[in-house]
Design a protein around this ligand. Structure first.
Ligand SMILES: Nc1ncnc2c1ncn2[C@@H]1O[C@H](COP(=O)(O)OP(=O)(O)OP(=O)(O)O)[C@@H](O)[C@H]1O
Ligand SMILES: [Mg+2]
Length: 364
């Protein structure tokens, strides 16, 4: 099961719309999908045609129980079937009391509840799509801990870029702390190509986030609102509307990319020594004369604590860097003739706090 959290602390950027319609599109591609409504506003529950007030139980009953207690295996008992392949773990206003309820717990225990609950259904679904509330509290932290992938919708009709850098840093920090990598992608939403503002914002998003940005752009489409009001994913309501096409394209893009754990790891041979691992990375460049490596493992001081070799391979020069690192997740860049660059051979990269992108290395 691939678990994808839809996260942005900014309200109204299309999180719920994305959760519900991406889920619908994935089922139309043959997937079995669970939508997890982690927002006490219960908009995803409503958008899938259920009245949260009329449901006897919701996620609160599952998450309020300790992970190892009677609640841990009971997620399946609160799940509602929307269609054969589309299921929902519903929310309700009571979910807003969860933070209060869990204050006595250690921070760690507070945030691992959803992960434990989803573990009990991981064979039943191909995807779990988690809709998060517009804040980064205990509910969103539960979602980030449970997920391996994060989609951040960014409104192209607003000054949406502000605040996103901070969110990405929070996610990177959390992913370090919980010891698993989170693959984060940006999704431009509410796009109206007729306005210059939206065109410029989209260009800015693409420039800033590069490959982290999906190719798919979700256009503003009135049918999307109508479908939500009717309680159905857009693909079930108006198959040929732009909204259905866009979420279909997003589902396809996600499916083609595959789960992050199945993607190629960066070039690097990892062999075990006592405690630390020896990690070998290589940089090829015919034009460069000086290549060093800097990252959080050496305090961002180029080539500090690094063994370095240079070899000629035909017209290319190859720099080999040998690092001794304990298991963990590291961010780094190459410094090529004084210029800081991401690793061209490493598909895993995140935006750096001062612009550009940092490559990410996982040592297991
Ligand atoms: N592609 C779209 N076309 C038209 N309307 C849209 C589209 N995406 C979202 N909307 C509308 O914009 C509003 C906000 O969207 P949505 O509820 O998905 O945002 P959200 O990020 O989940 O908000 P919140 O932070 O409050 O949970 C809703 O009224 C929704 O119907
Ligand atoms: Mg929402």
């Amino acid at each position: 099961m691939r678990t994808i959290a839809i996260v942005n602390q900014k309200g109204g950027c299309g999180k719920t719309t994305t959760a519900v319609n991406l889920a619908g599109a994935l089922t139309q591609d043959g997937g079995r999908v669970l939508v997890v409504d982690m927002d006490p506003q219960a908009h995803a529950t409503l958008a899938l045609g259920l009245d949260p007030e009329s449901l006897d139980e919701n996620l609160y009953e599952v998450l309020a129980e300790p992970c190892e207690g009677p609640g841990s295996g009971r997620l399946a008992s609160i799940v509602q079937a929307i269609s054969e392949d589309l299921h929902l773990a519903p929310s309700g206003i009571v979910l807003s009391a969860l933070e209060q309820k869990l204050t006595a717990e250690r921070a760690e225990r507070r945030t691992e509840r959803l992960e434990a609950a989803l573990a009990s259904v991981h064979r039943d679904y191909d995807f779990a799509i988690i809709d998060c509330p517009p804040n980064v509290g205990v509910l969103t932290f539960n979602a980030l801990r449970a997920a391996r992938e994060v989609v951040v919708p960014l409104e192209t009709s607003d000054f949406a870029i502000h605040g996103v850098q901070k969110l990405l840093e929070t996610i990177a920090l959390l992913s370090d702390r919980i010891g698993h990598e989170l693959s984060v992608r940006i999704l431009p939403t509410l796009y109206d190509g007729r306005t210059r503002f939206a065109r410029e914002t989209l260009a800015e998003i693409r420039e800033l986030f590069g490959d982290l940005c999906f190719d798919t752009v979700i256009r503003s489409n009135i049918k999307v609102r109508e479908a939500a009001r009717r309680g159905r994913p857009i693909g079930f309501y108006a198959r040929s509307a732009n909204g259905a096409r866009d979420y279909g394209a997003l589902a396809l893009e996600l499916s083609l990319a595959g789960a992050p754990e199945d993607r190629a790891q960066p070039e690097g041979e990892v062999t075990s020594t006592a405690g630390d691992r020896e990690v070998v990375v290589r940089y090829r460049d015919p034009g460069a004369t000086d290549v060093r490596i800097a990252g959080d493992f050496n305090g961002w001081v180029p080539d500090k604590d690094v063994q370095s070799l240079v070899q000629a391979e035909g017209p290319e020069r190859v720099w080999t860097k040998i690092l001794n690192l304990p298991p963990g997740t590291y961010h780094y860049r190459y410094v090529v003739d004084g210029e800081w660059r991401e690793d061209p051979d490493n598909p895993n990269a995140v935006p750096g706090p001062v612009g550009g992108r940092n490559s990410v290395l996982v040592v297991r």
